[in-house]
Design a protein around this ligand. Structure first.
Ligand code: CA
Length: 244
């Protein structure tokens, strides 16, 4: 496989150097941009496999960089930010970012997030031209045409809302979906007051999916932010995602 191309948009030299050194250990190719406008230009010309984006840039807000890139590309964007407030992460995810890292982060964390994002690229790519209406992720299978869900070979019965939630997470495997986004997609009207009921539906869905709610195999919770469907490997019990 070709080495992935990573675009690093970061104005802090120390952080950009750390990221660059980390990417070099994996032989990943990368380019650096230190402004939002420069980053958008590089994203257009180099068409990277993944963008690592700082939210606090000198010329524009990182969230606007996400919106610009999303207007023409679905390339994975991982937000790397010093801001620890959930609000910024949520705005970035709602604007279309895939994932986030909070500074200071470890090298292992950065590489794990990159692997998840790169798998999404490969997964999306392999789906092109594939008319199959079956989703498979480890031991979870969704037959969209029949509206059936199978877990470890057995059909499980979901309510219509649980099924919609599961399909939404499955279509966005690897990506963190915010509460707002999920509420909008499933119920059509996002309101912060609906988050508690989303939690209830999520809890019943997970009860049907997860063997051990403390160590979820499929649906990962991001407290105060949202949920993510983890990509599982095909081999039984062997997780490809090891983030927490
Ligand atoms: Ca910055």
């Amino acid at each position: 496989m070709n080495k992935p191309d990573i675009l690093v948009i970061e104005d802090d030299n120390a952080v950009a150097n750390l990221i660059a050194a980390t990417l070099e250990t994996q032989d990943y190719r990368y380019k650096r941009a230190s402004t939002g406008a420069g980053g958008v230009m590089e994203a257009l010309s180099m068409k990277p496999d993944v963008v690592l984006l700082d939210l606090g840039l000198p010329d524009m807000d990182g969230v606007d960089v996400i919106r610009k890139i999303r207007s023409w590309s679905n390339m994975p964007i991982i937000v790397v930010s010093a801001r620890s407030e959930d609000f910024d992460k949520v705005s970035a995810l709602d604007a279309g970012a895939d994932d986030y890292l909070t500074k200071p982060f470890s090298v292992d964390e950065l590489l794990a997030r990159l692997r998840v994002a790169l798998r999404r690229v490969r997964y999306d790519g392999s789906k092109l031209g594939d008319e199959s209406s079956v989703y498979e992720n480890g031991e979870l299978k969704i037959d969209y045409a029949a509206g059936c869900v199978f877990l470890r070979g057995e059909e499980i019965h979901l309510t219509p809302i649980e099924y919609k939630l599961l399909c939404l997470l499955a279509r966005n495997t690897g990506k963190v979906l915010t509460h707002n986004y999920i509420l909008k997609e499933v119920w059509g009207s996002p309101s912060a007051s609906d988050v508690p009921s989303l939690r209830v539906f999520m809890a019943t869905l997970r009860k049907k999916l997860e063997r051990d709610s403390a160590h979820p195999e499929f649906i990962q919770t991001h407290i105060g932010i949202g949920y993510r469907m983890l990509r599982r490997s095909c081999r039984r019990g062997d997780s490809q995602e090891n983030l927490e």
